[in-house]
Design a protein around this ligand. Structure first.
Ligand code: SFD
Ligand code: AMP
Length: 621
C-alpha cells in the first residue's frame, strides 16, 4: 500500500466540479468574494479546460432568449419548458435562469467564442431558443475566465470528490468535502462554509447500445458518473424528480444530436417505409393531452411515437438528411452549397466528433445517404430535457413560500447549494443556463457565508472513516493479487469495470433500459432493488490496481446510488407521465389528478431509510 498524505484546504466557498455550472459559479463567486474578502476554491476531477459535457465543444447554445432583439420573454420560455416537462416544472427556477441567461451568452462572445451572425449582427437561430456557434473551443474559453477569476492557487484539478462533510454538531449543515488525487497519493479534506455541488449528471448507469469494443460511447459525457446526486443524497439533501430520466433520439452508433438536423435543416424523421411517425401516430397521444397538443411536441412524446413504430416492426427509423440537404442546396451557387455541406459536418465536428468519424469511415455523405436514428439508454440529468436533481430554494422575488427558504439554489442542507445537472425541476437550461445557474448559486452561497461567518466545523470521526474507506479497494487488491496470474481473473475481488457491467445489466433489465423497451412495473422494480442490494454488498470486494481503478471504483459507487434512488422514485410515482422516457406497465396512463406533483425523497444515512413526499406544483406564470 502506498504511503498516504492528507492535505487540509480551508475556504469560504467550495465549488465541486468545474463544468459549465462550476465555471459560472467560480466566475461569479470570485467577483462577490473579492468585495467581501472570502476565499473561493474550485475542485475538479479532470482539468477544467476540457472537462464535463462541453469538453468536446458544442455547435449550438440551446438556451438564448434574445431579449435585446425582442425575440422572446422569460415568460415565453417558462411556458415552453412547462409543456416540455409535461406540466411539471419549477417555474420560479426556470424564470430566474431565463431572465439572466442572455447576459451570460453575451459574455461568452466577449471572451472570444465565435457565433454564426446575420448581416445585421444578430445571432443565427437554429430554432426558437437555440443559436449556432462555432463551438469547438467553448469549454476552454469559459474555463479560462473561471481560472482567471479565482486564481490558479484556488484551483484543485485531478481531485475526485467522493463525500460531503457535515457539521460535527449539526448534521443538516455543510462543512466541506473529501476527495482524493487521481495522480498522487494525497487525500484532500476541504473545510468550507458553503459548498456548491455542480459535478454533472449520470451516464452509463444503464447498458448502452454498444458493448465490447464500442463500450464507452454514449451521447452525454461518460465522465459524468452521478457524483452530483450521490454526494447530495448521502449528505441528506432532499432530492426531487429522481424518477425522471432523459432518453434521447440520436444518430445511431455515433450518438450525434438531432437538433440542428430537425430545426435548422428541417430534416424529417420517418420509419423504413417513409412514414412520418409524428404525423401518422399523432392520434395515439390523446391520453397525454393537454401537453400533446402544443407545439413543439414534448421530447418524450416524440420518442414515444418513434418507439411505437419500432415495436410494430416499421424500423429502422431514418433521419432523411439527403432530402433536407439537397433541398437547401437546390438552385444555390457553389459557394452556398459548400457552406451547407460544411455546416452539416461542423455540427458534429464541433460537438460529437465520433459521428463525423463514423460517417467518414462508412463513406457516408449526408447529402446523399440517410442515417439511422435510435433511442438511447437513459441518462439522469437536470439540464437538458431531464429534470432530476436537488430540491432547492428559488429566488426571493419570484418563488412562492413553499419554494423559498432563504438563499437562491440552496438545498435543504444548510450551506449546500446546487447548480446545472444538480438542480431538479428546472430542465432545458443546457450549457448557457447551467452556467447562469452556477452564477445564481454562487451569489446565494456568498450571501450565505456573509450571514453565517462562523468557521467550518466538520465531524472529525467521519473524516477518518471516509479516509479509511477511500483507499480500501487498493488494499483489497494488494492483499489478493498473488492468487492468480491475470489481474482480471481472481476469486477474491471484483474490478470496477466488472461491477459496472453488472449494474448496467440490472438497470437495463429491471430499471427500464432500452433492452426492456423502457418498461417497468412494481415487480421488476422490486426485483431490481433486490439485485442492487446484492451488488452493494459486493462493492466491499472491489479491487483497485492503481489510482485509475480507484477512481473508477468511486465513480461506480456514485452510479449505484443513482440507480437505487431512481428505482425507489419510479416505484413511488404511480402513473406514466413521460411515455418515451419510461412506462409503468401497471399504471400506463397520465394521472394529473393524483400526480401533478413533484416526487421528493430524503435518504437518512443513520438509519439507511428513505422518506418520500409529494411536493406541490405551483404555477408562477
Ligand atoms: O446538441 C467532478 N449539451 C448542450 N447544451 C447546449 O447549450 N447546446 C447543445 O447543443 C447541447 N447538446 C449537447 C450537450 C452536451 C453534450 C455532451 C453533447 C451535446 C454531446 C448540454 C450541456 O453541455 C449541459 O447541459 C451542461 O454542460 C451541464 O452543465 P453542468 O455544469 O451541470 O455539467 P458539466 O458541464 O458536465 O460539468 C460537470 C463537471 O463536474 C466534474 N466532476 N469533479 C470533482 N469530483 C467529482 N466527483 C466529479 N464528478 C464530475 C466533471 O469532470 C465536469 O467538469 S445537444 O445534444 O443538445
Ligand atoms: P438535441 O440535438 O436533440 O439535443 O436538441 C437540441 C435542441 O433542439 C433542444 O433544445 C431540443 O429540445 C430541440 N429539438 C430537438 N429536436 C426537436 C424537434 N423535433 N422539435 C423541436 N425541438 C427539437
Amino acid at each position: 500500500m502506498p504511503e498516504l498524505r492528507t492535505e487540509v484546504v480551508e475556504c469560504d466557498v467550495l465549488i465541486i466540479g468545474g463544468g459549465m455550472a462550476g465555471c459560472g459559479a467560480a466566475y461569479e463567486a470570485a467577483h462577490w468574494a473579492k468585495v467581501k474578502g472570502m476565499r473561493v476554491v474550485l475542485v475538479e476531477k479532470a482539468a477544467i479546460e476540457r472537462s464535463g459535457a462541453v469538453a468536446m465543444g458544442l455547435s449550438a447554445i440551446n438556451m438564448y432568449l434574445g431579449m435585446k432583439w425582442g425575440e422572446n420573454t422569460p415568460e415565453d420560455f417558462v411556458r415552453y419548458v412547462r409543456n416540455e416537462t409535461m406540466g411539471l416544472s419549477r417555474e420560479d427556477l426556470t424564470f430566474d435562469i431565463a431572465r439572466h441567461v442572455d447576459a451570460s451568452v453575451h459574455m461568452f462572445e466577449e471572451w472570444g467564442l465565435p457565433f454564426f451572425k446575420s448581416p445585421e449582427g444578430r445571432y443565427v437561430r437554429e430554432g426558437r431558443w437555440q443559436i449556432m456557434i462555432h463551438g469547438e473551443s467553448y469549454k476552454p474559453i469559459v474555463a479560462e475566465a473561471a481560472k482567471a477569476a479565482i486564481g490558479e492557487a484556488n484551483l484543485y484539478q485531478r481531485v475526485f470528490v467522493s463525500h460531503l462533510l457535515t457539521d460535527a454538531d449539526d448534521p443538516n449543515k455543510i462543512a466541506g468535502a473529501v476527495g482524493f488525487s487521481v495522480r498522487d497519493n494525497v487525500i484532500y479534506v476541504f473545510k468550507a462554509k458553503a459548498v456548491i455541488c455542480s459535478a454533472g449528471g449520470a451516464v452509463n448507469v444503464w447498458r448502452p447500445h454498444a458493448v465490447g469494443e464500442g463500450l464507452g460511447r454514449a451521447w452525454y459525457t461518460v465522465f459524468n458518473t452521478g457524483s452530483v446526486y450521490s454526494l447530495m443524497i448521502q449528505a441528506g439533501a432532499q432530492m426531487t424528480q429522481m424518477e425522471h430520466r432523459l432518453v434521447q433520439t440520436r444518430f445511431k452508433d455515433g450518438y450525434g444530436p438531432v437538433g440542428m438536423y430537425f430545426l435548422m435543416f428541417r430534416s424529417k424523421a420517418t420509419n423504413a417505409y417513409g412514414e412520418e411517425y409524428e404525423q401518422t401516430r399523432r392520434h395515439e397521444l390523446e391520453g397525454w393531452e393537454p401537453y400533446a397538443g402544443s407545439a413543439p411536441m414534448p421530447t418524450p412524446l416524440r420518442n414515444h411515437l418513434m418507439l411505437r413504430d419500432i415495436q410494430e416492426g416499421k424500423g429502422p427509423i431514418y433521419m432523411r438528411t439527403a432530402e433536407a440537404l439537397q433541398k437547401m442546396m437546390e438552385g444555390a451557387d457553389a459557394t452556398r452549397q459548400r457552406e451547407v455541406e460544411s455546416d452539416a459536418w461542423e455540427d458534429f465536428l464541433d460537438m460529437t466528433i465520433s459521428q463525423a468519424l463514423l460517417w467518414a469511415s462508412n463513406n457516408i455523405d449526408p447529402a446523399k445517404t440517410d442515417s439511422e436514428l435510435v433511442l438511447t439508454e437513459p441518462y439522469l440529468m437536470g439540464s437538458h430535457a431531464g429534470t432530476s436533481g436537488a430540491w432547492v430554494s428559488g429566488p426571493e422575488d419570484v418563488s412562492p413560500s413553499d419554494y423559498f427558504w432563504g438563499y437562491n439554489r440552496m438545498t435543504t442542507v444548510q450551506g449546500l447549494f446546487a447548480a446545472g445537472d444538480g438542480v431538479g425541476c428546472a430542465a432545458h437550461k443546457f450549457s448557457s443556463g447551467s452556467y447562469t445557474e452556477g452564477r445564481l448559486a454562487a451569489k446565494g452561497a456568498v450571501n450565505y457565508v456573509y450571514d453565517n461567518p462562523g468557521p467550518a466545523n466538520p465531524d472529525g470521526g467521519r473524516v477518518e472513516e471516509i479516509k479509511t474507506a477511500l483507499y480500501a479497494p487498493l488494499g483489497h487488491y494488494d492483499q489478493h493479487k498473488g492468487a492468480t496470474t491475470r489481474s482480471e481473473i481472481n476469486p477474491n475481488y471484483l474490478l470496477p469495470k466488472q461491477a459496472l457491467l453488472r449494474l448496467q445489466k440490472i438497470m437495463d433489465e429491471y430499471g427500464g433500459g432500452w433492452g426492456s423497451a423502457y418498461m417497468v412495473n412494481r415487480p421488476t422494480l422490486e426485483r431490481g432493488l433486490e439485485q442492487l442490494t446484492m451488488l452493494r454488498e459486493d462493492l466491499a470486494m472491489l479491487g483497485a490496481r492503481d489510482l485509475h481503478d480507484l477512481l473508477r471504483c468511486w465513480e461506480l459507487a456514485d452510479r449505484v446510488w443513482c440507480a437505487e434512488t431512481h428505482l425507489h422514485h419510479l416505484l413511488f410515482r404511480q402513473e406514466t407521465r413521460w411515455p418515451g422516457y419510461y412506462y409503468r406497465g401497471d399504471f400506463p396512463n397520465l394521472d394529473d389528478e393524483n400526480w401533478k406533483v413533484f416526487v421528493n425523497s430524503r435518504y437518512d444515512r443513520e438509519t439507511g431509510t428513505w422518506d418520500f413526499t409529494k411536493a406541490p406544483y405551483i404555477p408562477v406564470i
